[in-house]
Design a binder for this molecule. Structure first.
Ligand code: MG
Length: 409
């Protein structure tokens, strides 16, 4: 049976939400991100993109390119709220819904035809219902797997709907540049280009054995499959997720510490938004960093208790970044990622999450760094005298990855 996977991607999500909530901003260049001198752009509206502004750009540069733009700080709680509405709308069509980020979701429509009609019709319905009912523009891709569905929604941007039927896969893929494929980063693309391979069509013409001799068995076989649009990865609902992560490939290497930290905070807030939305707590925080020489390192830290406390996650991520940056040696940052693992349902929230001294210290630290609104304590009452002694955030002793070799992308 043909699988049918839908990929829904909201267009310029944070900026579109700001335009929705303040109609005076409609049609204007809206730029959402850190407003401080070291801030970075999280999302730019399509009006702002015509000035050359794009996400992950230093805010100072965005202001130079688009001096008449409307510059706003992100409101993650609001984005999370609308993301949850989008999630519940698409959940009407399938139990298999996987949010990839606050503004992107995969829906497995395989075998839902009897209940909801043909997948193409469902795709059209979702594509029109999101703007009608949520008030936000979106792009939709429908294809036989996740790889192709994401490529389809990308091709449909902004505001479009693109279906790739099984018989259309080859024709769709052939003209694309190899970089369009998941997992082909600049390094692999350069290696391919040095052998005269620029498009997916070129890549299809290379024997599997040759790819394996160039890239090793794992990446070689992966590239062979990618070139043919083969991907059998499942759509995994958030409640079954083993981990949540958010990554950002920077358009250019970033050297300034403040800018690296700003990206890290943005990523942490986004992954926290998904954690909260899923009703989960995380015990393990990971930070992944790829240097300008493409070596990739991951550090992780185990928290004393599972948590969904933003301030704690920000502090843990900050500590991990500091450890990674200790090995910097003048290199720039190419990619940053924040991951949460050791996930448990929030209903199992431990009674005494942290010792009071520890909370105070964290609140103080977070507020000093991120402003007075950074951390808000819930309805926690006074702690009993037998509260455990404050534990420091301990780096976990096991499972620490340290890839020193070059990464495939
Ligand atoms: Mg989007």
């Amino acid at each position: 049976m043909t699988r049918w996977i839908l990929h829904l991607d909201m267009d310029a999500f944070f900026a579109s939400v700001e335009q929705l909530d303040n109609p005076q901003l409609a049609g204007k260049p809206v730029i959402v991100g850190g407003l401080g001198p070291r801030g970075v752009v999280a999302t730019a509206s399509y009006e702002a993109r015509t000035f050359g502004v794009h996400s992950a750009m230093p805010m100072a540069k965005a202001r130079r390119l688009c001096p008449h733009g409307v510059f706003l700080a992100p409101r993650f709680e609001r984005y999370q709220q609308l993301s949850a509405r989008i999630h519940s709308l698409v959940s009407q069509y399938s139990p298999l819904v996987e949010p990839v980020s606050l503004d992107e979701v995969f829906v497995d429509l395989t075998g839902t035809e009897r209940l909801h009609g043909p997948p193409e019709q469902v795709a059209r319905e979702i594509h029109s219902r999101i703007p009608e009912e949520v008030g936000l523009p979106c792009s939709v891709g429908l294809a036989p797997n996740k790889l192709l569905a994401k490529l389809a929604s990308n091709a449909a941007k902004p505001g479009g709907l693109r279906v790739i039927r099984p018989e259309e896969v080859a024709g769709f893929l052939t003209p694309l540049p190899v970089e369009a494929l998941w997992g082909i980063g600049p390094k692999t693309a350069r290696k391919l280009a040095s052998r005269g391979i620029y498009t997916v069509g070129d890549l299809q013409g290379v024997e599997a054995s040759l790819l394996v001799s160039w890239f090793g068995p794992k990446l070689g076989e992966h590239l062979w499959r990618l070139a043919r649009g083969l991907d059998d990865s499942p759509v995994v609902p958030l409640r079954e997720a083993k981990s949540l992560s958010q990554e950002l490939t920077l358009p250019e290497d970033v050297y300034r510490l403040e800018e690296i930290q700003a990206h890290l905070r943005g990523l942490t807030r986004q992954v926290w938004g998904r954690l909260r939305q899923a009703g989960l707590l995380a015990r393990v925080v990971r930070v992944k960093l790829r240097w300008s020489d493409f070596s990739t390192h991951t550090r992780q830290l185990k928290l004393p208790e599972p948590t969904d406390h933003l301030g704690l996650l920000l502090e843990a991520a900050r500590q991990l970044l500091a450890r990674l940056l200790a090995t910097r040696e003048g290199r720039g940052v190419r990619l940053l990622g924040v991951g949460l693992a050791g996930l448990t349902p929030a209903s199992f929230r431990p009674l005494h999450l942290f010792a009071p001294e520890e909370i105070d210290q964290l609140v103080w630290g977070a507020q000093a760094k991120y402003g007075p609104g950074a951390l808000q304590l819930g309805e926690q009452g006074p702690h009993p005298p037998e509260s455990p002694l404050p534990k420091r955030l301990q780096p976990s002793t096991k499972g620490e990855e340290n890839h020193t070799g070059p990464a495939p992308n």
